[in-house]
Design a protein. Structure first.
Length: 481
C-alpha cells in the first residue's frame, strides 16, 4: 500500500501548531550536513536573538556537550540537525507570568508517515528517527530534524560556575538535554483540543487515494493520527492500549475541509466522544498511563497535573516516581537547586547510564533507535555533595535509622521543625520539596502553615515561605522543561 505524500510540520514547539505539507518521495541522497564527529552526532543551527554575545557563546557551547551526552547513549547512524533559538519568551511571545516559567520547548520539526511492519498501521515518526532507518526512498526531509527554543529570560547556571548553585538558577545543560530528547521522539500526538477530552493530531488519510482511477477528485478525508511514541502507551491498571482508542476514534468520519467549530460540535455529539473523555480522565490521574517497556515493566508517564497541561501531561516521566532515580531526566518540572551533575551523582548514574536512565534507554530502543551497550561518560560534570547532607541521610537522622528508602519515611510537623533547626535553609527547602513530591507527609498539604506557627527565626520563616511558593508553582503552574 502506498502512502500519500503528505507530512506534518511543527511551526512552533511552544504552542504545538502544525501544518500539513507536501513531502514527495525522494531517493536517499542527504548531503545537507557536514560530517559529524564520532562523539557528537548533532549539528546545531544556533540563533541567538538577544544582545549579549558572551551569553550567546556560552549557550551555543552547551549544545556541544548535550550532543555528546546523547551520542554516548544512542548509536546514531545519521546526523541529527537542530534548529535552536535562544530568545526572550516574554518580549517575543508574551510568556511573562513569573509563576509559570517555561525554560524551553522542543519537538520534531517534521513528522513523517510510516506504516509499521507489525500491525500495518500508519503512524507519525519524528524525522530524526526516520533518518536512522536509512531507507533508499523516503518522504522529503525538512532542513532540520528538531525545532527547539530556549528562554533567555531565565537565570542560568553553566558548568564551571560556583557550587552550590544559587536559588532560582537553572542548569542549562539539563534543560538542553531534556529538550533534545523530546525532539528525538519523546512526545505525544494527544492534546485537549475539545475541552475535557483528548484527541490525537488530525491529518490526511495517508492510505486514501486523493483521486479516482479516472482522475476525478475524492473527498478530503482525514483521520486521527498517533505518533510512534503513542503506540506503546497503555492505560493503567487495565493495560488497555491507547492505540485501541485511536482505532475507535477513527470510526468518526473526518472531512479535512470542515471548519474547526463544525468539527468540534459534530465530534462531541458522536458515539466516539466518550472514548476521548476516558483518555482525558486517565491523563489527569496520577499513575494512570505508562509507556509499556516489557510485559513486566512500565515507564510511568506524567498524569498528575490538573487540569491537563499541553506539553507537560503525558509527554513526561512521572515526577513522583522518578525524582530520586536515574530516570529523572524527563520530569516535567525542574528539580530545585540541582545541576545535572548533582542529579546523576545522587542517582548513582554518572558512570553507568549518564542522564539517560535505564528505562529511557529501553524506551528509545523500542521506538527504533539503536542503543549502545556500554556507556562511557563524554564529560565529567562537577557535583557538590557534603557527606551526610543528602536527603536520605538527613531524613534518617530525623526519623530514625530503621528506614531503608526515603519513600518509607513518614514525616510529621515536628520532624520538619527539627529539620529547620538543624539544617541550613537550602538543604531544608530541598528536602521539603522532595518529601512533598514523594507524598511522605503525616499531615495535609498545608503543613507549611503549621510549621510557621511558633517559628520566630526569620531565616527559617523565609525557607518555609519559599517552599510554599515553589510548591504552588509546581502543583498549579509548573516550571516547564
Amino acid at each position: 500500500m502506498s502512502l500519500s505524500e503528505k507530512c506534518l510540520d511543527y511551526l512552533s514547539p511552544l504552542n504545538g501548531e502544525t501544518k500539513i505539507v507536501d513531502c514527495p518521495m525522494v531517493s536517499s541522497n542527504d548531503k545537507r550536513q557536514t560530517q559529524p564527529t564520532l562523539d557528537n552526532m548533532f549539528a546545531v543551527d544556533f540563533s541567538c536573538l538577544i544582545d549579549d554575545s558572551v551569553l550567546c557563546d556560552k549557550v551555543e557551547k552547551v549544545f556541544v556537550t548535550a550532543g555528546k551526552f546523547i551520542t554516548a547513549t544512542l548509536n546514531l547512524k545519521a546526523v541529527v540537525s537542530v534548529d535552536a533559538q535562544f530568545l526572550n519568551f516574554c518580549t517575543t511571545y508574551g510568556y511573562c507570568d513569573k509563576g509559570k516559567t517555561t525554560l524551553g520547548s522542543a519537538g520534531p520539526a517534521r513528522l513523517l508517515p510510516y506504516q509499521g511492519p507489525t500491525d500495518d498501521k500508519v503512524r507519525l515518526y519524528p524525522q530524526a528517527l526516520y533518518k536512522q532507518m536509512n531507507l533508499p526512498e523516503h518522504p522529503q526531509f525538512k532542513k532540520n530534524e528538531i525545532l527547539a527554543m530556549f528562554n533567555s529570560n531565565v537565570s542560568y547556571w553553566f558548568e564551571g560556575d560556583p557550587l552550590p548553585m544559587p536559588k532560582r538558577r537553572v542548569d542549562i545543560l539539563y534543560v538542553v538535554v531534556h529538550e533534545l530528547i523530546h525532539g528525538l521522539g519523546f512526545s505525544t500526538a494527544w492534546n485537549n483540543n475539545v475541552g475535557e477530552a483528548l484527541i490525537p493530531l488530525i491529518g490526511p488519510s495517508f492510505t486514501t487515494p486523493t483521486s479516482t482511477p479516472e482522475g476525478f477528485p475524492v473527498a478530503a478525508n482525514g483521520q486521527f493520527l498517533e505518533s510512534i511514541f503513542d503506540k506503546y502507551i497503555i492505560l493503567l491498571p487495565s493495560g488497555k492500549p491507547l492505540t485501541s482508542i485511536t482505532d475507535e476514534l477513527n470510526k468518526f468520519p473526518i472531512n479535512m475541509e470542515m471548519q474547526e467549530t463544525e468539527f468540534i460540535n459534530s465530534f462531541i455529539a458522536s458515539p466516539q466522544f466518550p472514548f476521548s473523555q476516558e483518555v482525558y480522565k486517565s491523563a489527569i490521574t496520577q499513575g494512570a498511563m505508562s509507556f509499556r517497556l516489557t510485559k513486566d515493566d512500565d515507564f510511568i508517564l506524567e498524569t498528575s497535573i490538573v487540569p491537563f497541561a499541553q506539553g507537560s501531561s503525558i509527554a513526561h516521566a512521572d515526577l513522583q516516581t522518578y525524582l530520586s532515580t536515574s530516570d529523572f531526566l524527563m520530569m516535567f518540572t525542574y528539580p530545585p537547586r540541582s545541576t545535572l551533575g548533582q542529579m546523576m551523582s545522587k542517582a548513582g548514574s554518572a558512570n553507568t547510564t549518564g542522564p539517560i536512565g535505564p528505562k529511557l534507554r529501553l524506551l528509545f530502543e523500542i521506538l527504533g533507535y539503536e542503543v549502545k551497550k556500554d556507556y562511557v561518560p563524554p564529560v565529567i560534570l562537577s557535583s557538590y555533595k557534603d557527606d551526610g547532607n543528602d536527603s536520605f541521610s538527613i531524613i534518617k537522622e530525623i526519623v530514625g535509622k530503621s528506614i531503608r528508602r526515603i519513600e518509607d519515611a513518614i514525616l510529621s510537623i515536628s520532624d520538619f521543625q527539627q529539620l529547620l533547626r538543624i539544617r541550613d535553609p537550602s538543604n531544608a527547602r530541598r528536602i521539603m520539596f522532595e518529601a512533598y513530591v514523594l507524598n511522605i507527609f503525616k499531615h495535609g498539604g498545608n503543613f507549611e502553615i503549621k510549621c510557621l506557627q511558633g517559628t520566630e527565626n526569620k531565616e527559617q520563616q523565609l525557607t518555609i515561605l519559599e517552599f510554599k511558593e515553589y510548591k504552588y508553582m509546581n502543583s498549579r503552574k509548573p516550571v516547564k522543561i
